[in-house]
Design a protein around this ligand. Structure first.
Ligand code: KIV
Length: 272
């Protein structure tokens, strides 16, 4: 069964804005490697995010902070080699853009040049205004990211819902407007109240893509390894699991181990 709309032969930043105008929701998931990206692109995903969540999912770090620019480029170039249709957005990792706008531009250029990606994503609002502007002047499309911004986890202290209080909600709305005015082509809103996210999506003409931000936004993003149940210790309310691969894979690995130990594998048919 395939319900993916594949009207866009190639998804571009302009396609996403058109999707919002036409009321078509945008589908986005993460990918960090060639094989997963190939399956996702073939299924009709609109956007693949080479997220710095690779730091947790692929490398086992507790936070997204340790991943480097070189490692993000490695993941992004593996994803780019797999895709035909979708738009590929790459996170600028912690420490590669907060220094100054020149550092931000150099990091974004490295990602575009060395991986072949189509756009970059940065976490933050007014604090990184100059960095976003400078990247945009080089013709590099920028996706914003507000709400829970995991690169600032040590400032927040927890991964709980953001912008529940009026003051923080007001700042988030101002930042969202600023990102649109600067020229960002889309915005990720992570773990904020659904009502606030809906208001932001209605006020902006650029698409707002939510994760834990309710159904009133223009698209959804999840971490692929979470939604297919490969990671099994993470149960936030916003996560819908479509598979339980942790169980399935454990079963397959146990069968293989048992077949090897018993001498059942390989059989006569499986040898030369
Ligand atoms: O790194 C990531 O996977 C992300 C998504 C959670 C939006 O930024």
């Amino acid at each position: 069964m395939s319900v993916a709309k594949k009207e866009y032969k190639k998804v571009t930043v302009k396609s996403l804005v058109d999707m919002k105008k036409n009321g078509e929701k945008i589908s986005m998931l993460t990918a960090y490697d060639y094989t997963m990206a190939k399956i996702l692109d073939g299924a009709g995903i609109d956007v693949l995010l080479v997220g710095d969540s690779a730091s947790n999912v692929m490398a086992g770090h507790e936070t997204t902070l340790p991943i480097t620019l070189d490692q993000m480029i490695y993941h992004a170039s593996s994803v780019i080699r797999a895709i035909d249709r979708c738009l590929v957005v790459v996170d600028l990792p912690f420490g590669s853009y907060q220094g100054n706008s020149r550092q931000a531009l150099e990091s974004a250029i490295r990602i575009m040049k060395e991986s072949g990606a189509h756009a970059v994503k940065l976490e933050g609002g007014s604090e990184i205004e100059q960095s976003i502007s400078r990247i945009l002047t080089a013709g590099i499309p920028v996706m914003g990211h507000l709400g829970l911004t995991p690169q600032s986890i040590y400032k927040f202290g927890t991964y709980t819902v953001r912008a529940k209080e009026e003051e923080e909600a007001k700042k988030l709305k101002q930042d969202a407007k600023l990102l649109e005015e600067l020229g960002c082509f889309a915005l990720v809103l992570e773990k904020v109240p659904a009502k606030l996210a809906k208001e932001v999506a209605q006020e902006l003409s650029i698409p707002v893509i939510g994760i834990g931000a309710g159904n009133g936004v223009d698209g959804q993003v999840l971490v692929t390894h979470d939604m297919i149940g490969m990671t099994h210790e993470f149960h936030p309310r916003f996560l819908r699991r479509y598979l339980d691969l942790y169980q399935e894979m454990t079963g397959a690995f146990e069968s293989y181990i048992s077949d090897v130990k018993s001498g059942d594998f390989p059989s006569k048919k499986e040898q030369y």
